[in-house]
Design a protein around this ligand. Sequence first.
Ligand code: IDP
Ligand code: MG
Length: 132
Amino acid sequence: MDRTFVMVKPDGVARGLIGKIVTRFEEKGFTIAAAKLMQLNQLEAERHYDHLRAKAFFGELVAFITSGPVFAMIVEGKDAVKNARALIGATNPLEAALGTIRGDYAMDVASNIVHGSDNDENAEREIGMYFR
Ligand code: IDP
Ligand code: MG
């Protein structure tokens, strides 16, 4: 079975949306294979977003993702990476279709409530970072 890494970001946890987001994945057809509430440290956050190091918003991004607990999950299902990204919606909630998680629950690109790995290699890298 294909799998990917999904994380409810600190804004989603603070807003009490863990249950709703887990439900969205379950209703889509995914199985939650593992899950835990955790706090990312500075180093983990910088590794997680390594591909965005050069961006002007990198500092803000790392500060945000370490600002409170996140809810990390391994989700399983057919074409897990692609199906999860489709369910999550576009990076900018302004461009995310209604019916997607970001389209329904977020308004700002900096706090778009959920993360999903963007390819199989990164999914395994991220699962390896957070579930050992
Ligand atoms: P993704 O989360 O849809 O895969 P990425 O390009 O990997 O999008 O960016 C990671 C995260 O960085 C986004 O989810 C978003 O929260 C944040 N981000 C992206 N662009 C901006 C921006 O222009 N300002 C602030 N934060 C941003
Ligand atoms: Mg990404």
